[in-house]
Unconditional design. Structure first.
Length: 188
């Protein structure tokens, strides 16, 4: 089991670019669909907990899954599996490629320009999947849309992430209260 944990998260760490959100669909495919270590609903809860924890999203998920399956040793093995590929790649880059080499090498520049749009797609897919799993409807889509607009606008008043969470909670209560109230009125 330890080898399976290590190599599953090593593969995740090795073949994903773009950070935690880009890794989510691959992590979900590996731990929910392929090995069925947790249910899709538990994965959604795990994702929320992993984001609330300090640190890197993929490492947080690996740590929690490893702990869930094999305790402390499992969490260490899974976390190492996630971290080791990035460490080796960064070490290789630091040893052989300087910033000037990357910037002035046309092939490397083109590779990175090609990776950028792929990373965007890797981020969009888990956002859509998470939205579906969390029960976001056309009525409640206004909450993430409004938060995205506020984040994009970079207003200094709303730069605190806790404020977004509180605003989302308040909006959710208002929207759901109105829906229940309307349902009661329609039922009379």
């Amino acid at each position: 089991m330890y080898l399976k944990l290590f190599f599953s998260f090593f593969k995740i760490g090795m073949f994903t670019f773009g950070g935690g959100w880009a890794m989510i669909s691959i992590i979900q495919r590996e731990i929910v669909d392929k090995y069925k270590w947790i249910s899709p609903e538990d994965f959604l809860d795990l994702l929320a907990v992993a984001q609330a924890m300090p640190g890197i999203l993929a490492v947080n998920i690996a740590t929690v899954i490893g702990d869930h399956l094999r305790g402390l040793k499992g969490s260490i093995v899974a976390a190492l599996g996630t971290i080791l590929p990035s460490f080796c790649i960064i070490l290789f880059i630091a040893m052989f490629l300087t910033p000037d080499t990357i910037k002035n090498n046309e092939i490397i520049s083109k590779v990175f320009k090609g990776i950028r749009p792929a990373v965007v797609a890797l981020i969009i897919v888990p956002v859509i999947t998470t939205a579906r799993s969390s029960g976001i409807t056309w009525k409640t889509v206004i909450i993430p849309a409004a938060v995205a607009v506020l984040i994009y606008s970079s207003l200094p008043v709303v730069s605190n992430p806790i404020l977004y969470i509180v605003m989302g909670a308040v909006a959710g209560v208002i929207i759901n209260s109105r829906s229940k109230l309307k349902g009661k009125e329609d039922g009379k």
